[in-house]
Ligand binder design. Structure first.
Ligand code: NOJ
Length: 560
């Protein structure tokens, strides 16, 4: 068990992720902005969260909604000014909330000064800031690109008769981390933000910064999902993370979390073992990948998720961090569909119950929880199957590509509509007025049509809403340190409907029971619930007889 003398503030916080484009628009242009977030500071405080993670707010042409940065030290005009940023930072700090920025340094925008210079000539001082392949060597070995119109990560540039490498869109060229000057620029920029007062960084696709730059050919017949080692986790990754720690993180009382695509339970501690001085935490994708094909990233089957397998994923990850390191837990973010639709049930009958059940889960696990904006009221997917409703580069480019090749583009969209990123990006539903109180203009992405019944104002006024439940559950986590540091042990592991576990500390034993199904379910356990103290439940009459109603969530304090 993690001992209380290993306590760290960043293990005990709850992080609230704000997608600025969709949070609150203050000036009627249909795009959320920093002043909009400032307007909602008291709301954010009322949630009880400790840290805000802001998706990128830097200057960007928005090919990939801010993940293509053209100036790391300027604010995107659509979002406001640096003064607005300073006001936001102060407003958060005044309320005791920390701010984590998004650090996107695997790639820049092709409109970044470095890339514009790099393109000019083969012997330009900035040439080596990116990965170039001279065309005389022949075509570079194929690499798949997730956002490219032709799924090709190499883009030919006639001016210097070379190809440049981009894992993401052609407007997101990968930085060459082998160049010490690039690393220096990144660390200086990070320190610039830290000196401004930000409290840490979420590190975008950080495992990709080091890759095998000899670019060996890919083995034939390998599923796309297995290509990761050819793009990431290169030979210098740990050296670079240690350097980043030495140069930046070690100098500040700050927090960091890496987006750790490709990291598994076997190499997890290499990243977060405190003695190695790399990262504090990262998030992995094992539990969110269920149902998604490794061949083509289609959503294979949403109804066939085997809960016993899913539970094992959490148990295995918990064990990795039992003595060293620390984990994170999330069920939604800007790259996913809505958690209630994906892991709960978004029908009118079960939407609220399942959202509350999922919050009970997120806030009762041994890991730092990440809550995505809108999930505190249980927002749900739009599931659009018409391409006209999409803004996401991934969806649009992949759809067009299939269409051009004469493949089943509508089949793709039908399946993809359940997991598309735009599901999680629709504007936050503040009230039942026009445009849900998000904007006075036309929103950049259409609202979910249910905003008149599902919105913050309605939930503020109703004591049994998801929002009030979320706040109560937040308070429970703060009041019971066992929920943060206590050991984790699965109960009735083979149960296909119930996710049940014990959180145990020196002074307390808690049993969490979560019904992930829409059927009644029986918990097979010897634990005596009759005399237990019920700390929270999403039903008025929580079970004491080990039978659980659909999506029921209960936390018991077990008497010794
Ligand atoms: C991961 C981010 O979360 C995602 O939104 C983005 O498209 C890619 N990295 C590229 O930066």
């Amino acid at each position: 068990m993690q001992h209380y003398n290993d306590r760290q503030w960043w293990k005990e916080v709850v992080v609230y992720q704000i997608y600025p484009r969709s949070f609150k628009d203050s000036d009627g242009d249909g795009i959320g902005d920093l002043k909009g977030i400032v307007e909602k500071l008291d709301y954010i405080k009322s949630l009880g969260v400790d840290v805000v993670w802001l998706n990128p707010v830097y200057e960007s042409p928005n090919d990939d909604m801010g993940y293509d940065i053209s100036d790391y030290r300027a604010i995107m005009q659509q979002f406001g000014t640096m003064d607005d940023f300073d006001t936001l930072l102060k407003g958060l700090h005044d309320r005791g909330i920390r701010l984590m920025m998004d650090l996107v340094v695997n790639h820049t925008s092709d409109e970044h000064y470095w890339f514009k210079e790099s393109k000019k000539s083969r012997d330009h001082p900035y040439r080596n800031y990116y990965h170039w392949w001279d065309a005389e060597k022949g075509k570079p070995p194929y690499r798949w690109s997730i956002f490219d119109k032709e799924s090709n990560a190499w883009k030919y540039d006639a001016h210097t008769n070379s190809y440049y490498f981009h894992i993401f869109s052609e407007k997101q060229p990968d930085l060459n981390w082998e160049n010490p000057q690039v690393r220096r620029e990144v660390y200086d920029m990070m320190k610039w933000w830290m000196d401004k007062g930000v409290d840490g960084f979420r590190l975008d696709v950080i495992t990709c910064i080091s890759k095998d730059i000899s670019f060996p050919s890919l083995p034939e017949h390998m599923p796309v999902g297995d290509w990761f080692p050819y793009y990431a986790k290169g030979p210098n990754l740990h050296a670079y993370l240690q350097e980043m720690h030495r140069e930046v993180f070690s100098k500040y009382d700050c927090m960091n979390v890496g987006e750790a695509s490709g990291v598994n339970i076997n190499d997890a501690l290499l990243f977060v073992d405190e003695d190695r001085n790399e990262l504090q935490t990262f998030y992995h994708f094992e539990h969110t990948g269920f149902g998604i094909s490794k061949e083509n990233f289609m959503y294979a089957d949403d109804d066939n998720r085997d809960l016993t397998e899913w539970k094992k994923v959490f148990r295995n990850w918990d064990q990795v961090f039992a003595e060293k390191g620390w984990g994170t837990i999330y069920l939604g973010n800007h790259d996913m569909s809505r958690m209630t639709s994906r892991f709960g049930n978004d029908s009118i009958q079960f939407r609220e119950l399942s959202a509350k059940m999922l919050h009970t889960f997120l806030l009762s696990m041994r890991a730092t929880p990440y809550i995505y904006n809108g999930d505190e009221i249980g927002m749900v997917n739009t599931n659009h199957t018409n391409i006209a409703h999409y803004q996401d580069i991934y969806t649009i480019n992949y759809y067009n590509q299939l269409k051009q090749k004469g493949e089943d583009y509508q089949g793709f969209l039908n399946s993809h509509s359940k997991i598309s990123r735009d599901n999680g990006r629709t504007p936050l539903q503040w009230d039942d007025t026009w445009q849900a109180g998000f904007t006075t203009g036309n929103p950049w992405l259409a609202l979910h049509e249910n905003y008149q019944t599902l919105n913050v104002a309605e939930q503020e006024s109703r004591p049994d809403s998801v929002l009030h439940y979320f706040r109560t559950m937040m308070q429970l986590r703060k009041n019971h340190i066992t929920l943060i540091y206590g050991t984790f042990e699965l109960v009735d592991e083979c149960n296909k409907q119930l996710f049940a576990y014990i959180r145990h500390s020196d002074h307390q034993k808690l049993l969490v029971v979560l019904n992930f199904s829409e059927e009644q379910a029986l918990l097979d356990t010897e634990i005596d619930l009759a005399n237990s103290n019920i700390l929270i439940s999403n039903y008025e009459d929580p079970s004491r007889n080990k039978w659980y109603k659909p999506f029921e969530a209960v936390i018991y304090e077990i008497k010794h």
